[in-house]
Design a protein around this ligand. Sequence first.
Ligand code: FES
Ligand SMILES: [Fe+2]
Length: 476
Amino acid sequence: MSELSTKGLRGEVPFAVTQADRIPAKRYYDQEFYDLECKHLWPRVWQMAARLEEIPEVGDYAVYRNLDQSVIVMRTSATEVKAYQNHCRHRGVELVQKRGKARGGFICPFHGWRWDKDGNNTFAYEETAFSAENMCKADLDLVPVRLETWMGCAFINFDNDAPPLRDTLGEFGRKMDGFKAEQLRAEWWLAAKLPVNWKLAMEAFMEGYHVATTHPQLLPYGVTNKPGDARYLKLPDDTVTVTFWMTVGSTMPEEVDSRQFIDAYAEVMQTLSEGMAGMTSPEEVEVVRSLRDTPLPKHPAEAAAAFRVILNDAITKYYKDNGMDCGDFNALDKQQLATNVNFLFPHFFMLPVHGAASSYRIRPTGPEECIFELWSLKRYPEGQEPPVPEMPEPKPHDDPSWPPIPRQDYANLPRQQRGLHSAGFEFMRLSNQMEGLISNFHRLEDGFLGGADQESLVKGMQTVSGAIDMPVKYWD
Ligand code: FES
Ligand SMILES: [Fe+2]
């Protein structure tokens, strides 16, 4: 397979990726490139617009904004959610802001025109003072936006010719269905304002290669990050040890002490739970601790694999006993569906660890700034769900209130954005084994910017959406 698409379109894109493991630096700050993304990428992709618990009752709405577009996501019945462009058909005023209840529909605050929850215009004040042409009924209804609901979220797409969301999800779709992600509820929701390109922000989460250096507290039992000591341990496919702090591993001892191993595992889970203020729940950490007298095989890889199975059974049982049926975690492992960090093209992540998860959404606000949102998601017995978190005001990336792990990730980013401008820095050099997702993402983006055909874009989306840490892949 040649390095690039055989369709010869990418060359027309400025700063196109012409060698898969080299990403031109200008893609992260050039205004013309950013303008192309605004014109050819964002209007054509499925964007995560709202979590469904934000709009539990008929008439509830949530506003989603990206770039200069604003969309109303509205629950219109127990089973249906619709989306409309957020503007008055008279003189363009945004009809609603943020989130709220519009049981009786919408009223424009300027001259009082009205719409019902299905977007039909029901009233135009002094109608007879307008020409018949300007009062054409079909033109007065709110402009619908395509919407699909899946995994507890509403996704919107401005492109009426785009393929259905389902057709684009690839492995990400199978993983989230297996994980029963639709059962999760937001525990909290935060947003950061990052002084970096939106792609740079996402790429800090597209590989586990940085964990040993950026998050040394997550190194597993027996592993250090001393120079020359850390290495990227690739486990054979049939060894299902999918927690990322284990795949980063290096110098495991010759023989495992079961109790030490389990205590260290609990310690890492606890560090992760506190460090992310979510992602793995304190209840799950307790389940790990309850297993500390379990004997394990002596060989490190065998011990890790055996403990994974034991822990999966214990956590599956914990949820069942507490009235939350979230499936069988060992069954997920067997199908290789339980990866910890998963990307959905173009701007969304799910990070499940056992039954809980973190989730990220990234939106550009300029060539060199973006909003990075984080959710902590958990499962709750019916009737015990927490109140829906408020829509967050973005905080600075260095706000002291950030949990330790995102703070570590955010600390690198502004330095990286500045370094990209350095006169001698032309391209990022990627590992084609560990950082392939970054390349795959950029080459798919070039497909959108360069006018690749629909079939190629669908194959690209199916390839790119799934676990991180993937090698460079080709799809056309
Ligand atoms: S702008 Fe909305 S009614 Fe006039
Ligand atoms: Fe990180």
